[in-house]
Structures are given as C-alpha cells and as structure tokens.
Design a protein around this ligand. Sequence first.
Ligand SMILES: Nc1ccn([C@H]2C[C@H](O)[C@@H](COP(=O)(O)O)O2)c(=O)n1
Length: 205
Amino acid sequence: MSEQKSPQDVNTQKTESPENHKRRDYLHWDDYFMATSLLSAKRSKDPVTQVGACIVDSQNRIVAIGYNGFPRNCSDDEFPWSKAQKGTQDFNPLEDKKMYVVHAEANAILNSNGMRLTGTRLYTTLFPCNECAKLIIQVGISQVLYLSDKYAEKPTYRASKRMLDAVGVAYKRHVPQQKKIIIDFENFLEEDPNSSLGLNDLHLK
Ligand SMILES: Nc1ccn([C@H]2C[C@H](O)[C@@H](COP(=O)(O)O)O2)c(=O)n1
C-alpha cells in the first residue's frame, strides 16, 4: 500500500524542488563583467590579440563596452593588421597596426558617450597600456580589473602602473570563480526547426 503524504510533506517537497529556490550557479558580478569583456573581444579583427573592455558604475550597471579595432570608417581590409619589423629590408612604420588601432579600453571610454565615469570600474581582458591609463585617470575611473598582464615587462605597461599608482587608481587581476562559460545558441535553434542559421557554439574559456 502506498504511503499517504500529509499536506506538510507535500509542502516540504515543494520547497526542496530546484525550481523553487534561487539558482546556485548564477554568474557572479565580476565574472559577468569580465565575460562581457571577453565576448566583446570576440568582435576584434586583430589576428594576434583580441581585447575587450567593459565599464561598470557603482550600481553594477554596464555603461559602456569596447574592443580593439581601427577607427570608424578605416577599413579592416585596407589598414595593416601586422607589425612592422625593425631591421628588415622593407621596414615601413606606416605598415604597423599600432599606428591605427584604438585600444579596447579607449573604445569603451569613447562609447560611454560623454557620460560621467567618475568612480566607475573598468574590466579589461588585458592590462591597460600607458595611453589608456592616461584616459582612465582623466575620466575618473577608480578601479581596473584585468585578466592578463602578458606585456607587464614592457615600458609602456610599467609606465601605466606608475601613473595608476601615483594617482591611486586601484588595479587587480580578476580570478574567475567560474572557469568556463559556454554560450550555446543551439537550444534556441532547435526551437525553430526551419532555421537555416549555421551558428557555431561560442566557447569562452
Ligand atoms: N591593453 C590593451 C593592449 C593592447 N590592445 C590592443 C592593441 C592591439 O590591437 C593588440 C595588441 O597586439 P599585439 O601587440 O599583441 O600583437 O591589442 C588593447 O586593446 N588593449
């Protein structure tokens, strides 16, 4: 004979069901903003280093995002994506991407459309260079969170830290709580069997 459930048991069962309480594996704020920066970096055409940045206010609202790329209307197909090699026969400084690329952090600042950025936080996938540090300081960003500092030994990055230290802009490497976030469009494509979109999964590692 099956056991009868008291109304109390039924209630307990209801509260224990995963659908009745808060999800536990939700994204934490810092991971969320860094993942947003990583997603933005996916827009970059730079074949070597794709950088993304995201500016967030004190109420955890994203106020701007950006990635590294050429200025508006400077064609991705005409301007150089390579680095000019000093000492080579055909060395031409005008054929170097660094002459033209707007860094992700600078683009994020510019994309904020003149909004007041005092006290905001900047999430960037790569530590800001000296030129971006100048902008960060001038607009009043108070904290920088970064994922990689692969160019730490270069003078431009040491100069960046010198300026940020001098004025008290805090910076720290973000250590993600969630090691992997997968954006999977497939579930949504399955909802529409007639869809002919051939989208690949986007894996953020
Ligand atoms: N904090 C940074 C540093 C670099 N970038 C951009 C500039 C270039 O497009 C690329 C670096 O290229 P690489 O020297 O690694 O060939 O990343 C940036 O947006 N933000």
